[in-house]
Design a protein around this ligand. Structure first.
Ligand code: NDP
Length: 449
């Protein structure tokens, strides 16, 4: 990986000292700055007017109390966050995450990544992210609803189709978006479909939004494989996680002829040499909301559940980390390479540690960073906004065709940018530079704001 250019070092030092105790945010900024040395060497004007410093500082950070009453009648308090990172290209856009690990540093890292990801799509959307340290596991439907309503009671004043448009992320799917949209509508007495994306099809959602992130990552990896004259057909694939991104990655990989032999949740992973039975996985995860061990129990003989250990020990040709940040370490990268991996597509945000990324790249493994490979979700959210604004709804095929073209465009932009800046095949550099240049150009035009 590139070392940070001397001119950019002070910017990182300032970010680290101003955002103490936020290691994920430092990691995300460092990774982008490592790619920008070649850009400022070619275009020194990007060093003017504290442009890069401004890109590293969120425009606005909102932190709020979320009180709610559980089924036993006790008052619970969670903390809510919305980081409105950058609106140079459009309204803030990015998901809400419900997970006990959520804090302001994690939301900032996600918002920063989101800004470049959204720029890469070529669509008019800025970057933002939010969420809460609420843990949805084991909560009843009624508790989830009361929590979502309380969150929206505060958040609604910060949203708007021209201001900020959240969506789902870890722990936030169709059910939660529905409860939040219902509360927004009630509070404002306005049916503003364009204030949230990932909505259900019965009230303004888009076809293919649920599938978009997983499908998009698969399209991106397929495009990478094509540059080497190969494809998913006949490949062994490991997908971590078993949530939204993982499930629809598995579906598309299977459609492209690959065999997914393992997936996971935070309690462990399963190996199924016959290929994951998607219908069973969906029933367990999406309908019954059970643990992954249940998959092994129900699928029966020959399927193993492993509670302790790393899913990356399972040999595969293609790895698609789709659970959470820093889930794939340097040691895991070495194991995958030893076992013959040829491509990695990040469905999750920043799932590979910086060391793992370096190891993959040094070994010549095709490596697709999340901010490019998982951009299909937000791109389809932008298509949902388009449909809401024109009071229209498109068919599944029409929407998926747009998604496939957008992913091809993102792949080609990353590939060509890496070439242009003298780093052929380096999708990390390509994604960071192409995303940065689009945001930076808009910010220069808008003056010091
Ligand atoms: P879901 O909540 O649907 O699924 C998350 C999955 O990851 C679950 O299987 C969960 O297991 C597992 N997981 C979460 N945290 C951990 C952890 N600390 N250790 C191990 N496993 C964990 O989320 P999504 O599928 O929506 O999101 C997955 C990733 O993709 C995230 O990084 C997200 O930011 C990113 N992403 C999502 C997009 C979307 O459209 N949904 C768009 C772009 C990126 P368990 O149930 O046991 O917690």
């Amino acid at each position: 990986m590139n070392k940070i250019d001397d001119k950019l070092q002070p910017i990182l030092a300032e970010v680290v000292s101003r955002n103490a105790g936020e290691p994920e945010f430092h990691q995300a900024v460092q990774e982008v700055l490592e790619s920008l040395g070649r850009v400022v060497a070619k275009h020194p004007h990007y060093l003017e007017a504290a442009l890069i410093e401004r890109i590293c500082e969120p425009e606005r950070q909102i932190i709020f109390r979320i009180p709610w009453v559980d089924d036993a009648g006790n008052v619970q308090i969670n903390r809510g966050f919305r980081v409105q990172f950058n609106s140079a290209l459009g309204p803030y856009k990015g998901g809400l995450r419900f997970h006990p690990s959520v804090n302001v540093g994690i939301i900032k890292f996600l918002g920063f990544e989101q800004t470049f990801k959204n720029a890469l799509t070529g669509m008019p959307i800025g970057g933002g992210k939010g969420g809460s340290d609420f843990d949805p596991k084991g909560r009843s439907d009624a508790e989830i609803m009361r929590f979502c309503q309380s969150l929206m009671t505060e958040l609604h004043r910060h949203l708007g189709e021209y201001t900020d448009v959240p969506a789902g992320d870890i722990g936030v799917g169709g059910r939660e978006i529905g409860y939040m949209f219902g509360q927004y509508k009630r509070l404002t007495n306005r049916y503003e479909a364009g204030i949230l994306t990932g909505k259900g099809l019965s009230y303004g959602g888009s076809q293919a939004r649920t599938e978009a992130t997983g499908y998009g990552n698969t399209y991106f990896v397929q495009a990478m494989l094509e540059t080497k004259g190969t494809s998913f057909d006949g490949k062994r694939v490991v997908v971590s996680g078993s949530g939204n991104v993982a499930i629809y990655s598995i579906e598309k990989v299977q459609e492209f002829g690959g065999k997914v032999v393992a997936c996971s949740d935070s309690s462990g992973y399963v190996i199924d040499e016959n290929g994951i039975d998607l219908a069973l996985l969906q029933e367990i995860k999406e309908v019954r909301r059970e643990r992954i061990s249940e998959y092994a129990l129900r699928r029966g003989e020959g399927v193993q559940f492993i509670a302790n250990g790393s899913i990356w020990d399972v040999p595969c040709d293609v790895a698609m980390p789709s659970a959470t940040q820093n889930e794939l370490s340097g040691k895991d990268a070495h194991t995958l390479i030893k076992n013959g991996v040829i491509a990695v597509g990040e469905g999750a945000n920043m799932p590979s540690t910086p060391e793992a990324v370096r190891i993959f790249q040094d070994a010549g493994v095709l490596f697709a960073p999340g901010k490019a490979a998982n951009a299909g979700g937000v791109a389809t959210s932008a298509l949902e906004m388009q449909q809401n604004a024109s009071r229209d709804s498109w068919s599944f095929d029409q929407t998926e065709t747009r998604l496939a073209a957008i992913m091809r465009g993102i792949h080609d932009r990353c590939y060509e940018t890496a070439d242009e800046y003298g780093a052929p095949g380096d999708y990390v550099l390509g994604a960071n530079v192409a995303g940065f240049v689009r945001v930076a150009e808009a910010m220069r035009a808008l003056g010091v704001v």
